[in-house]
Write a protein that binds this ligand. Sequence first.
Ligand code: HXC
Length: 518
Amino acid sequence: MAEDGKHDHLAALREMRGRAVLGGGRKRIEQQHARGKLTARERLALLLDEGSFQEFGALATHNVTEFGLADQRYPGDGLVAGFGKVSGRRVAVFAQDFTVLGGSFSEVQANKICRIQDLALAAGIPLIGLNDSGGARIQEGVRSLAAYGEVFVRNVMASGVIPQISLILGPCAGGAVYSPALTDFVIMSEGSSMFLTGPDVIKAVTGEDVTAQSLGGAEVHMHRSGVAHLAAQSEAAALELVKRLLGYLPQNNNEDPPQVAPYDSPDREDEALNALIPDNENEPYDMRVAIAMIFDRDSFLEIHPDFAPNAVVGFARLDGYSIGIVANQPAYMSGALNIDASDKISRFIRTCDAYNVPVITFVDCPGFLPGTDQEFGGVIRHGAKIIYAYCESTVPKISIVTRKAMGGAYVAMSSKQMRTDLTFAWPTAQVAVMGAEAAVRVLYRDDVKNAPDSAAKERELIAYYREKFFNPYRAADVGQIDEVIEPRETRPRLIRALEVLRTKVQQNPPKKHGLVPS
Ligand code: HXC
């Protein structure tokens, strides 16, 4: 009450807002800091441009009374949500507040997230979710489970329309993992974890001893499972990654990604590229060195850097434009394709295609990795995803064969038939159905066996095969390679080619949806 006996509306609002800002209270905030974690609001302050945050639902609370929850009603109910700006661009955000009932997911949380999802989709702006939660709020039972479903369906409807980025900054357990998994990018901070069934359940069911970290820490999801696209040592660094990533993406699928003012000469030719491919064709080299020399200085943001390192994918800039890069990595497993690399490549191509980012492919691949592990694991259906993704995509596509383009890998890795717009090759390119030794074994088994000097005959036939096929000129001769270029020319050639392709329009036949191999 104010002094004159009237209710002071402004004071009441201010008091409520003040409480909302404190989440679960000062003690809980201290505990959060003691865990080495920031609060939801501190995280949003790091992510968003200063003063840009407009909050919604700050005063919403649950109305559950069982299990002692009547005494535990906090304004906002463990979720801070609203709109803001990142580098001047509008975004929708939500951040789970672990200081309120462990950030546990409630019906109120879901209503707030769904509201933001709906508005983000309507406005055509990216959605960024900061996850830090003990999962479904146990006291709410099925209400909390159904609430997850409401969020999932919106994740799916928004997929490919607005960029969706999930940060994992604490625990993310049980069904809670599926909203992030349905979004475009998952970024984990050190110490966070994601798993479907926790250590206790695993111990009870399988007898295995695991910890949250050994089961679902950033290390696991970056190296083994491929669930996380990026990871960072600290929360602040994870939030910086979001800003960087957004820079390569449009606001929605009807827009082009933002162009930055060119800062690296479009005519720059790096002489060192001409010496990059080793004389010995079986010697490895790092494809990332080529990428660094060709694209705008320091612009490469590698996605999934540790998962399936035999392939390299990521965003970079060419003359200021956002580009998606797909490459084989001869420095790891000779760049052979396998199940994980197929998943990584196909997913990335589809991401670029959804958001109007041209794809440039660098090919140096001896083929698909042979072996029962791969065949039993379904490398056929996984590898098919690469072909599917290239064929289905309508963004500008350019490929450069730097060295080996053998067999299925030649066809799959952005050959002309995959609706690639322009195909280049370096003079070191080798375009053939298979390696020389294997080819001679198939074609000339009897000739080699019956020759007076079998070994000499084999060497001679191998040399003949190599001379015929281990160059780019046959492929150029039949129009499969558009132009053989000096490696150092790659940057200016790509920039000019993309300038032409920028207005490309291509459409697929109308259909409900295709059946992507999976
Ligand atoms: C209600 C929860 C909670 C939950 C944590 N809390 N998780 N309250 N529902 N799911 C509460 C704790 O009781 C505690 O309250 C406070 O949050 C902080 O949690 P701590 O345990 O003290 O924190 P910490 O030691 O850091 O451990 C965090 C944790 C642990 C690993 C997340 O709390 C935990 O294991 N929680 C349960 C995880 C889980 O099984 N969730 C359900 C998953 S199944 P007090 O007041 O004691 O401090 C699921 C199905 C979804 O999500 C299906 C969708 C399709």
